[in-house]
Design a protein around this ligand. Structure first.
Ligand SMILES: [Zn+2]
Length: 598
């Protein structure tokens, strides 16, 4: 459940007796009391509501006066029932099956979860007793209600009661998607063609390999796969997940770092869909018990999309994940990624030095790889010899020599780095530093006339220094090799189509210090952002340069506090301050900043 408001934490809000407030304005009063709308906005919305037959909360949202979460929070107080958002909510098939579609649509009720003989239902009007009677009768269950937004209910009903929409009928014309399966040999020369190796398998496997789908199933699978891929491209998904459950095949996209439910595919077609994708990705379709990986390329209109596909055998069948490696969508410009101000100039100065180690740090999914590629692509024009060791190569960067490690064959980052050093490099990119051997070799390389880039899984720039020392590196070695450490995060950007302004809640004003903004911004949710209120992401960075002061402190093994003070002297602005700046500017929300900086 995305967001659940319970009345308990909100009890401080003064409740007025219903008789004192205008009819239909109880919700408006709650929002007014909480400073979530203004009196003028409420009057305007009430007047506007008379011309529509929509509920007041929905009208306030339509007008962009407030946010879905604010309306739901107020509804929870007004009605005394918990509230829930429905976008991104995953419903259990058992719940959907226990409530007939017609009843659900008549009462705008979405079954959420069935627990024994109790059915949890999200409904726009939880105080409609006749509706609750109908739901009880139709499901044969006790009903526990949650209040939800009308539009989200309508949208959820579409999703949950039309599970087959992803499956294309065989006679339907296919969308303009052309496939061009990539030959294995181009990417991975030492891997034998897996389809050939399937011939030598045991009998049982062979019969599975020859499992045939009837023509209609196969055609449905081909078109469903086309549809999933083109929808993923349209939604700007970074990953496609196909997950087997006992009942069906669940399709989810990861968009801007969070999951969106796309639909369910019946078990009748699921094996054919997995087989189709495995063939396209050059995998062995007979092998279902071992994880596999492969690649495929798709052209959609004038876009070319590369996918890295992998399978994982789960207890209910194979799970397939496809990571979208959209060459066209990759922003290879430091400014476009979100770097700015004095930091971008300092960073550009550092990466143009002839030698030194430059570290990009942050948790998984913080955009470190994009920053590395952007830095390298700025150096391509210098004509330097740029060589990479990656795990694996995610984007092809023209003008560089990209290689990837192969742990199974013993080709590790440390080994790769030593091999690259024999290749007369100027600039080296080592995908990740995970062990002290790679770290030592990287620093040695940086001290012998090479510019070395790498990433580390640490939380902050100063914390990285401590971490490197913990890895057993001598302070003088670190202080002379490392030139700069960048720490970064990715935050979701507020959708510009539905952004609204809110007063700054009293409880968070202190976070902004002396510079409290007049208002905060957030996305109300619209079709452009698929109801999430966010569209795209932006990088936020802090950078520590190795100054003479910092070097001395490292040699003296000074505390993090003293290191931080020295970095601040050198105009280092901590991530947290940078994040708050983006909130002040209305680029992202406070919640989003808290999510990535915790
Ligand atoms: Zn929007």
């Amino acid at each position: 459940m995305a967001v659940v408001f319970r009345s308990a934490p909100l009890r401080a809000v003064p409740q007025r007796p219903p008789a004192m407030v205008r009819a239909g304005a109880a919700l408006g009063q709650v929002l007014l009391d909480r400073n979530l709308i203004t009196g003028e906005q409420l009057d305007f919305a009430v007047a506007h509501q008379r011309t529509t037959n929509r509920r007041l909360g929905q009208v306030l949202l339509d007008l962009g006066f407030t946010t879905p979460d604010a309306v739901l929070g107020a509804l929870a107080i007004q009605l005394g029932v918990p509230a829930t958002r429905l976008n991104g909510f995953t419903v259990s098939p058992a719940a959907v099956q226990s409530l007939p579609e017609k009843v659900a649509r008549t009462h705008l009720a979405v079954p959420l979860k069935k627990i024994g003989q109790m059915l949890q239902v999200a409904i726009a009007c939880p105080n409609d007793l006749l509706a609750l009677d109908d739901l009880r009768f139709a499901s044969g269950c006790q009903i526990q209600t949650f209040v939800a937004l009308e539009d989200e209910i309508v949208e959820a009903l579409e999703r949950f009661y039309a599970p087959d929409t992803l499956e294309a009928a065989p006679e339907e014309s296919t969308e303009a998607v052309l496939f061009e399966p990539i030959e294995f040999d181009r990417r991975d020369p030492d891997r034998p063609d897996r389809r050939q190796s399937a011939r030598g398998r045991r009998k049982t496997d062979q019969s599975q390999a020859e499992e045939e789908f009837d023509e209609a199933t196969e055609l449905t699978a081909v078109r469903t796969v086309d549809r999933i891929l083109s929808r993923a491209a349209g939604a700007g998904a970074s990953d496609i997940h196909l997950e087997r459950t006992p009942e069906n095949l669940r399709v989810r996209f990861r968009v801007d770092g969070t999951f969106q439910d796309i639909g369910y595919i019946s078990t009748a077609v699921a094996p054919a869909i997995c087989a189709r994708l495995k063939v396209l990705a050059g995998m062995d379709i007979a092998e279902r018990r071992l994880p596999q990986d492969g690649r495929l390329t798709v052209s959609i209109g004038d876009r070319r999309l590369d996918f890295r596909a992998s399978t994982y055998p789960t207890i209910h069948g194979e799970k397939l994940v496809m990571r979208v490696l959209d060459q066209g969508a990759l922003k290879l410009e430091l400014g476009a990624l979100g770097m700015r101000g004095p930091l971008i100039d300092d960073f550009r100065e550092v990466i143009r030095r002839p030698e030194g180690l430059v570290l990009i740090t942050g948790p998984t999914g913080s955009g470190k790889t994009s920053t590395l590629y952007a830095a390298l692509s700025e150096l391509v024009e210098t004509g330097k010899n740029i060589t990479t060791i990656e795990n694996p190569v995610e984007y092809e960067l023209p003008g560089t020599n990209q290689g990837q490690i192969n742990e199974k064959a013993g080709f590790t980052f440390a080994k790769g780095l030593r091999a690259v050093l024999r290749q007369d490099p100027d600039v080296i990119m080592v995908g990740e530093i995970r062990d002290s051997e790679t770290l030592t070799t990287s620093i040695e390389a940086s001290l012998t006339g090479h510019l070395v880039f790498s990433t580390l899984h640490t939380n902050g720039a100063i914390a990285t220094i401590t971490r490197l020392l913990d890895m057993g590196i001598e302070p003088y070695f670190l202080a002379s090799g490392v030139q700069a450490i960048v720490a970064q995060r990715l935050v979701r950007r507020i959708c510009t189509h539905c952004q609204t302004e809110l007063p700054v809640p009293a409880g968070v004003r202190h976070l902004f210090g002396d510079d409290v903004p007049a208002a905060l911004r957030r996305g109300a949710g619209c079709t452009e952002c698929r109801g999430t209120g966010f569209s795209g992401r932006v990088g936020i960075y802090e950078m520590v340069r190795m100054t003479a002061d910092l070097r001395e402190l490292i040699l003296a093994r000074a505390s993090e506090t003293r290191l931080l003070a020295a970095a601040r002297q050198d105009r280092m602005s901590p991530l947290r301050d940078q994040c708050l700046d983006r909130v002040r500017e209305g680029l992202t929300t406070l919640e989003e900043v808290v999510r990535v900086t915790q």
